[in-house]
Design a protein around this ligand. Structure first.
Ligand code: 3PG
Length: 306
């Protein structure tokens, strides 16, 4: 049994070591492909793999077709919009994610980005504090819940919107909930996005929604770039000199945003929300254990495709 770890953006070495121990400890073979940059290298590497652990690596139909022995793909992380689920199901390949394992890392970055924006991107001028500010969490999954916990530590007033979330979760966390998305944006000076990229959410964040935010609005995106309507956001920022956009997922029009909105726009050069040793260890080792469980006990708990 051959398990390939294919990560263009590598895990911390300590996480790779842990993954290897789990895989080899189960009697399986371990192979590592990092920073491969060219798709051909991935295609070549998957050819003999029975299982593959990935991050945001693109597993499309072409990659799956090249993987004759592949039985399982585990996305070490939350979002699986990078995997062609339909093609995987057609080929009888199981796809899993590792929900919750990297959430704290992403949430810490979201709060860090809020501080960065409130302190005028550390430019030395007088900024503002998070204490007492109103935060809106758009989608209350694992990351959203971690954001709420940390934001409360800062003394923020926390609201959330998530029609898919059980009402008692908000109540237990002391988070106020809105049933209408528009209300969240109207109430909150800072909004943190935690929605996945799906057909339902693509380009759903637009000027109509963002224009409702109060003065000195800050939008923090540690989710996906696909959920933003970039043209519409740019138009809004042109009309509202008080609006800041801070993102961990570089927009297609990054250079234009940077040129047009100095001091109001920031993007990390590479998505780094889950780039901590802890998140890499948690998600990577969970992925390795899920593969062992799948082959040894037919455990398919975190399967995401039909
Ligand atoms: C996720 O979906 O788990 C996060 O976006 C992290 O993605 P990454 O593993 O590519 O950093």
């Amino acid at each position: 049994m051959k398990v390939l770890v294919a990560t263009d953006k590598p895990f911390a070495p300590v996480a790779v070591k842990g993954i290897r121990e789990v895989i080899e400890g189960a009697g399986f073979g371990f192979e590592l492909l990092e920073k491969y940059s060219e798709k051909n290298k991935l295609i070549k590497a998957v050819a003999k793999a029975d299982a593959v652990i990935i991050r945001s690596d693109i597993i499309d139909r072409q990659v799956l077709e090249a993987a004759a022995n592949l039985k399982i793909v585990v996305r070490a992380g939350a979002g699986y919009d990078n995997v062609d689920l339909e093609a995987a199901s057609e080929k009888g390949i199981c796809v899993m994610n590792t929900p919750g394992q990297n959430s704290n890392a992403v949430a810490e970055l979201a709060l860090g980005m809020m501080v960065y924006a409130m302190r005028n991107m550390f430019n030395g001028t007088s900024g503002a504090e998070l204490k007492g500010k109103v935060l809106g969490i758009h989608a209350y999954g694992n990351v959203g819940r971690c954001v709420a916990r940390i934001a409360k530590g800062f003394g923020m007033e926390v609201y959330a919107y998530d029609p898919y979330c059980r009402a008692d979760l908000f109540e237990n966390d002391g988070v106020k909930v809105f049933c209408r998305l528009e209300d969240l944006y109207e109430k909150c000076q800072i909004v943190s996005l935690h929605i996945p990229a799906t057909d339902e959410t693509r380009k759903c964040i637009n000027a109509e929604l963002l224009g409702r935010m109060p003065k000195n609005a800050i939008l923090v995106n540690t989710a996906r770039k696909e959920v933003i309507d970039e043209t519409s956001l740019m138009m809004l920022m042109e009309n509202r000199g008080d609006f800041k956009y801070i993102t961990d997922i570089m927009p297609a029009a990054d250079a234009k945003f940077a040129e047009k909105f100095p001091g109001r726009y920031f993007s990390t050069p590479k998505k780094m929300g889950a780039q901590t040793a802890e998140a890499n260890i948690n998600a990577g080792i969970a992925a390795a254990k899920q593969i062992v469980g799948f082959f040894k006990e037919d455990n398919q708990t975190f399967r995401v495709n039909p």
